[in-house]
Write a protein that binds this ligand. Structure first.
Ligand code: SAM
Length: 279
């Protein structure tokens, strides 16, 4: 009978966040597949564990994945860990889970810290519906296409970003999304944990002056709901004309009606002007 693959979440900064079940699993499996064996060795030392480590990372996934699969098929059990957080989420692991699924090897999750979900929970933005977007591409064209495809996304959006790319990313987001609310979540669970709830323009201003340091998750408000006008444009124009008759300038009247009715000021103003000109 084949062994099992255990997807084990590890801390994203605070070693105290390792769960008892994660520690027990690391102790009990036959071997651990790690993104960076040196990083995982530190965790094992912290837990007082000794275990065989094999390397499984982005650039050796296919070869290493086949070797891990052979051992699983031979009956050994393996814990898969990444440098931090949930394996397979913007981390190696996705392919290994697929390989197991294709070969009848059971995969079991040992859940725990995940930077994206932790940031979302702290963001103070709507959490009911959200979309995880991972890292934006380094290619200018692909990142522009990615952001453009999200322009009308109504759900809260979560991005991972490296500090040296943060300013460019905030600038690109501001130009595509407009000035939305953002929670910049930095160094979660670590000494300098910080959640900055602000707007894209203010975040850009801040990080242009103060170079960003540490690890970041960006949580951004979805596109605002479009107001559905509850008056026809003719009725809105007529209301503006009525208000104008009380001594308010037509422009101000159009602005006030437009705000309540869900139109732009110019739309109501032009409609009112045309209506006034009508015989
Ligand atoms: N699989 C991991 C997870 O889901 O938590 C994420 C791995 S991904 C390669 C690394 C990125 O996660 C970082 O560049 C950063 O965007 C985010 N991240 C990881 N730890 C973080 C922390 N303590 N605070 C803020 N962001 C973090």
């Amino acid at each position: 009978m084949s062994g099992k693959l255990y997807l084990v979440a590890t801390p994203i900064g605070n070693l105290g966040d390792i769960s008892p079940r994660a520690a027990r699993t690391l102790e009990e499996v036959d071997f651990i597949a790690a993104e960076d064996t040196r990083v995982t060795m530190k965790l094992l030392n912290h837990l007082g564990l000794k275990k065989q480590l094999v390397s499984y990372y982005q650039h050796n996934q296919s070869g290493s994945g086949q070797r891990i699969l052979s051992r699983l098929l031979a009956g050994e059990s393996c814990a898969l860990v990444s440098d931090a957080g949930m394996p397979a989420i913007s981390d190696p692991g996705e392919d290994m889970v697929r390989l197991c699924a294709e070969n009848g090897v059971e995969a079991v999750v040992v859940p725990g810290p995940c930077a994206a979900v932790s940031a979302l929970a702290l963001s103070a933005l709507p959490t009911g519906r959200f979309t995880f977007e991972g890292f934006l591409s380094v290619s200018k064209k692909s990142r522009a296409e990615h952001l453009e495809s999200l322009k009308n996304e109504k759900r809260t959006m979560i991005f991972y970003e490296a500090p040296h790319k943060l300013v460019n990313t905030l600038r690109d987001m501001l130009s595509v999304f407009g000035d939305r609310d953002i929670a910049v979540c930095r160094e979660l669970t670590k000494l300098h944990e910080q959640v900055l709830r602000t707007t894209l323009s203010k975040a850009l201003e801040l990080y242009t002056v103060t170079p960003p340091r540490g690890e970041f998750v960006l949580v951004i408000a979805g596109a605002p709901e479009e107001k559905v006008p509850f008056l026809s444009i003719e009725d809105a124009a007529a209301a503006a004309i009525e208000l104008h008759k009380t001594g308010v300038s037509l422009k101000d009247a159009a602005r006030r009606v437009a705000q309540d009715a869900g139109y732009t000021k110019n739309a109501v103003y032009s409609a009112a002007l045309s209506m006034e000109k009508e015989p």
